[in-house]
Design a protein around this ligand. Structure first.
Ligand code: F0G
Length: 481
């Protein structure tokens, strides 16, 4: 924290003021119980009007700045050749340094194009860690993913500042044993989402690229969470202390062959793009943009969003702006650690991640502990998180479960959306829930889709634990919502 309090308290002080607000509702617990039952104990299926603090994701729901909103008023609406698009393209060249740009409507649309072009049957894509959509796009094209995260990355609790690092020894061994003929690219995910928004170090970025160059393998950066990763490099790496965010971005990005991102995260609006170093590679992907996304000068995005992303990208180079998320998350994580609540440490970007295995030690993976915990939290608080555990995995072809390595409940903090008192409310209810954790039971499916079951699947509690939890809540909180 750059601004110190006289009291000594570590406070994440907002470097912005709020000028447009949205009214929230906190419906009574009886209604929340009805809402979560109707949603099949799946927080994706809740209606937003029944949610008090929406911590499902930071995707497309970050607060926009006055300058972003103003820019949307001057967008140049044209199917082809929009001035808005040329500004966007120039901004990406300036910030990320790669010269050839392809627009797409969101991150997974970029993944669709990249993987259709590069991945074929039997290919293997090494990566520090998978993201749900990035893996699905590899597998749907006949490839498979190999995760080469350093061991530290899968430890729920650690003091390692860069848990997202790719293990270079494992990568080189893989190149040696497997060869590189079926390796279309190596994917590096900044701010590694599924292990708790954990960053990659500056050295690890550079050394990964150097190793891939040695073996002549293409490198792809998923920059969706780059802004958090930049903040962590700036604040956790001594050698980066005197570098600007802009210079660090260039240092990381300039050597990648391909960079893509979800502008629902990077750029604080809604959209995406693929940036390519080499013209030949760009030409391989170019024709798929009009096929799937839209013409080359909008790529499925509204021009208003493109204007907002262009401003948002510039703002992502401002340390005051990109520090808000990580500092609020750090505050939340530290307060929960003080209360002995099992959370992923160190604090990462994206959100605060509760460790459901530690929170509910009496449940096994088959009980979907992260799913049970996220439902219980909604019930007692109106806070909506996201299950990131076994429910988010897909069953093996023989129907057996794939138990997730980590059972996490993600409480995302969309940037500049929540106030500190709202965060304190969430902490308070999590602490209460932890004290009453023994009341929480497991879940079981009654409607399980074959793919992406976490989006649409419906479950029910294995016994009447929601009633018990409601009763205890009423005893303790009386007429409080
Ligand atoms: N890569 C990463 C690292 C992501 O976090 C996401 C999305 C994508 C790619 C796909 O981008 O949603 O624009 O198609 N993450 C969202 C989340 C969905 O909630 O974490 P998209």
């Amino acid at each position: 924290m750059k601004i110190k309090m006289f009291s000594g308290e570590k406070l994440p002080l907002e470097m912005h003021k709020v000028r447009i607000v949205q009214k929230l509702n906190l419906i009574p617990i009886e209604e929340r119980k009805k809402a979560i039952e109707e949603a099949g104990f799946n927080t994706f299926l809740l209606r937003n009007r029944d949610v008090f603090l929406d911590m499902l994701t930071d995707s497309g729901v970050n607060a926009m700045s006055d300058n972003q909103l103003a820019s949307m008023m001057i967008a140049d609406d044209a199917y082809a050749g929009s001035e808005t698009y040329y500004k966007f393209e120039e901004k990406l060249r300036e910030i990320l340094t790669l010269q050839y740009i392809l627009p797409a409507h969101q991150g997974r649309a970029c993944e669709n194009i990249i993987n259709q072009v590069y991945v074929k049957q039997g290919d293997i894509v090494p990566m520090n860690f998978h993201f749900t959509t990035s893996k699905s796009h590899v597998t749907i094209n006949g490839g498979s993913v190999i995760e080469l995260l350093t061991e530290e990355g899968l430890k729920v609790n650690s003091d390692h500042p860069f848990k997202g690092n790719l293990d270079l020894v494992k990568l080189e061994n893989f190149f040696k044993s497997n060869g590189t003929a079926n390796v279309p690219y190596v994917r590096v995910e900044a701010g590694t989402n599924l292990i708790g928004g954990q960053p990659i170090s500056l050295d690890n970025f550079k050394n990964t690229i150097a190793l891939c160059k040695k073996y002549n393998v293409r490198t792809v950066l998923d920059a969706s969470l780059l802004q958090d990763n930049l903040y962590f490099i700036k604040t956790r790496d001594e050698s980066a202390k005197n570098k600007t965010i802009r210079d660090l971005t260039k240092e990381i990005c300039s050597e990648f062959d391909i960079i893509y991102f979800s502008a629902r995260k990077f750029g604080f609006a809604r959209g995406g793009a693929i940036c390519v170093k080499d013209e030949k590679e760009y030409l391989k992907m170019k024709t798929l943009v009009p096929l799937y996304e839209g013409f080359l000068t909008y790529g499925g995005m509204s021009v208003r969003e493109i204007e907002a992303i262009t401003v948002g990208l510039d703002e992502s180079m401002d340390e005051d702006i990109i520090s808000q998320g990580p500092q609020f998350i750090e505050y939340m994580v530290n307060e929960l650690v003080k209360a002995n609540i099992p959370v992923v440490t160190p604090a990462g970007g994206l959100g605060c991640h509760l460790n459901a295995k530690g929170f509910l030690p009496h449940l096994g993976s088959k009980d979907y502990p992260a799913g049970a915990l996220v439902s219980a939290l909604y019930l007692i608080s109106g806070v909506r998180g996201m299950e990131r555990g076994t429910l988010s995995e897909q069953r093996n072809p023989d129907g057996s479960e794939v138990y997730a390595e980590m059972e996490l409940v993600r409480l995302a903090l969309p940037r500049r959306v929540f106030t500190l008192s709202q965060i304190k409310y969430a902490i308070d209810r999590i602490v209460w829930l932890h004290k009453n954790k023994d009341l929480i039971g497991g879940l079981e499916f009654y409607d399980e889709p074959a793919i992406l079951r976490f989006f649409f699947g419906r479950l029910k509690p294995v016994n009447n634990w929601p009633e018990k939890l409601l009763k205890k809540f009423k005893e303790d909180f009386k007429d409080s919502l």
